[in-house]
Design a protein around this ligand. Structure first.
Ligand SMILES: C[S@@+](CC[C@H](N)C(=O)[O-])C[C@H]1O[C@@H](n2cnc3c(N)ncnc32)[C@H](O)[C@@H]1O
Length: 266
């Protein structure tokens, strides 16, 4: 899982370098070409370099962020596109959408440090983001968007409830890793305008097909748009025994598959 541990965080992270986490060794990431569309993970986020201000405990962009950014780069954005980012962290994906000319970009995060960080980065880069604090469903209720991007918490964790605070809030997501993913699947149809699209990245460990099925069950057309294989990060390594006991990982497993799910509101 490309999740950084809450190591002391520098106040700015140059996005031009590989992510400075234990996960971000210069190991090349390999792509599975089995699906209809594949998107290589770029070493940097697409577009020009973003220098990011990052408060401690805020999730710094990693391989999952980059894979999602590559998928976002393939979407048409224009002066009529309203974008929502669920769980914005540093705001980097929302900033990309804003720089590409989306009409409006709304970003939401439950973490105050993330909200402050994203607002600071919007100011730093002079890009118009509306950054809201709170749970995505509460803060966006009644609104509709043309594109939703999200890298939600998705790491399977022993607790049955989401962490109320701390850096783990960015990754821990209940025993099957789906506590937030499933809520996003349920909400997608009501958050998207007709023809609108959802891009969501998560680990294959929590079930790519399950996400496709849930979204399809909500009336959307969903596919796995990209897959990528990355080495296990420190969070997965720290809970190897538990993951193996849960049947979520094989004894010698060293790599994790990331998937990007793309769903369209028909
Ligand atoms: C894996 S991080 C992704 C950060 C950033 N989008 C990226 O890709 O680098 C997940 C983020 O979702 C936020 N989050 C968790 N639950 C949420 C919820 N219910 N509503 C909104 N944000 C949430 C966390 O605080 C965290 O910042």
């Amino acid at each position: 899982m490309p999740m950084s541990k809450p190591t002391p965080t520098p106040m700015s992270t140059p996005m031009s370098t590989p992510m400075s986490t234990p996960m971000s060794t210069p190991t090349p990431m390999s792509m599975s070409m089995s699906m209809s569309s594949t998107i290589p993970i770029p070493r940097t986020l697409p577009g020009a370099l973003f220098t990011l201000f990052t408060l401690p405990s805020v999730y710094r962009p990693q391989a999952d962020t980059r894979l999602l950014a590559a998928a976002l780069a393939q979407e048409e954005l224009g002066p009529h596109t309203d974008v929502l980012e669920i769980g914005t962290g540093t705001g980097v994906l929302a900033l990309h959408a804003a720089r590409r000319g989306a009409a409006t970009v709304t970003a939401v995060d439950v973490s105050w440090p993330a909200v402050v960080t994203a607002r600071m980065n919007a100011l730093l880069h002079r890009l118009p983001l509306r950054v809201l604090h709170g749970d995505f469903a509460e803060r966006t209720h009644g609104r509709r968007f043309d594109l939703i991007v999200t890298n939600p918490p998705y790491v399977p964790a022993p607790g049955t409830r989401l962490p109320p605070r701390g850096a783990e809030r960015a990754w821990d997501a209940g025993p099957d890793g789906r506590l937030v993913i499933d809520r996003i699947c349920e909400a997608a149809a009501s958050l998207l305008r007709p023809g609108g699209a959802l891009l969501m990245v998560h680990s294959g460990m929590c079930g790519a097909e399950t996400t496709v099925d849930r979204l399809t069950g909500e009336g959307l057309s969903a596919t796995i748009a990209a897959r990528a294989s990355v080495p296990w990060g420190p969070v997965l390594r720290s809970r190897r025994t538990w993951l193996e006991r849960q049947g979520l990982a094989a004894a010698d497993e060293q790599r994790e598959e990331l998937v990007v799910i793309r769903a369209r509101n028909l």
